[in-house]
Design a protein around this ligand. Structure first.
Ligand code: G1P
Length: 292
């Protein structure tokens, strides 16, 4: 049974300041939807029905986005603006539930996940990092593939992609014992390390921010000591899990945009904007005019 996905949204968004000064970074737009909506839609495509936001004060706009806005809906209905009404009402389709819990202090990703333990109960669960917007380019939804793999063998799944060697110190890095990971392929994990030094990384396969995890991780997080950056790291708890049971790396097929930084946010807007029926022609025209 896999129905809950934890999305930690308590981050400060310092890499996109000043845009994120008064609104959560997860509410910045990629074309016509906030970043968080792209992530929640990906969760829904993979079959998740309960979205557990790990949030903090000042981030209420995210909860409001997934709630009804009666005044706006009534006004759009009165004016017969059906398409807009659908867009507003469909931010959270029927049957999907959003639950919020608070992370009272910024102690790291592992700590954020642990804050949702009481909501998850005894179930296995997924984690999605909201900065990462995945463009599946009309192909397979990578997250759905991970769910299928988990359902077959019960092994925890971690999405990875190869990154340039000089960037390995920005990520959690997995060790698959030298197996060459091709897109859409999975492999058993032998080890993992959070933000290794460039010359100590076991590979260039970086953790992207999509995980399917056995419930046991919650127990292990309770005793995980602060690691890289002085924070309680999910990677360290997963490494402890690996000592007890097999886990798999899944190499993604799509393209990931890190919308937690300015360049990634712009790239996502360009990539999605070139495909969106309302913006693609104008954007193409602009790029052509500017010789871009
Ligand atoms: C987190 C994870 C890391 C992962 C990264 C992806 O790090 O701890 O393993 O590779 O997200 O963006 P953060 O970016 O929060 O420092």
């Amino acid at each position: 049974m896999l129905s809950k996905v934890i999305i930690p949204v308590a981050g400060l968004g310092t890499r996109v300041l000043p845009a994120s000064k008064a609104i959560p970074k997860e509410m910045l737009p990629v074309v016509d939807k906030p970043v968080i909506q792209h992530v929640v839609e990906e969760a829904m495509r993979a079959g998740f029905r309960q979205i557990v936001l790990v949030t903090r004060s000042g981030k209420e706009a995210i909860e409001n986005h997934f709630d009804a806005n009666y005044e706006l809906e009534q006004m759009l209905a009165l004016k017969n603006k059906q398409a807009l009404l659908d867009a507003v009402e469909n931010t959270l389709p029927k049957g999907i539930e959003v639950i919020s819990v608070r992370q009272p202090s910024a102690k790291g990703l592992g700590h954020a996940v642990l804050c949702a333990a009481h909501v998850v109960g005894g179930e296995d669960f997924a984690v999605m990092l909201p900065d990462m917007v995945i463009d599946d380019e009309g192909k397979t939804c990578d997250f759905s593939e991970m769910v299928k793999r988990y359902q077959k063998n019960g092994a925890g799944q971690i999405m990875v992609e190869g990154v340039p060697q000089e960037h390995v110190d920005r990520y959690g890095i997995v060790d698959c014992g030298g197996i060459e990971l091709k897109a859409g392929i999975g492999a058993p994990i032998r080890g993992m390390v959070e933000k290794p030094k460039r010359d100590e990384a076991p590979s260039n396969q970086a953790i992207v921010g999509r995980y399917i995890l056995p419930n046991r991780v919650m127990q292990l997080l309770k005793t995980t000591e602060p690691g890289a950056g002085g924070e309680i790291q999910l990677t360290d708890a997963m490494l402890a899990l690996l000592a007890e049971q097999p886990m798999e790396a899944y190499s993604m097929c799509g393209t990931v945009h890190d919308c937690g930084n300015k360049a990634g946010l712009l790239q996502a807007n360009l990539a999605f904007g070139l495909k969106h029926p309302e913006t693609s022609d104008a954007l193409r025209e602009f790029l052509k005019y500017r010789n871009l």
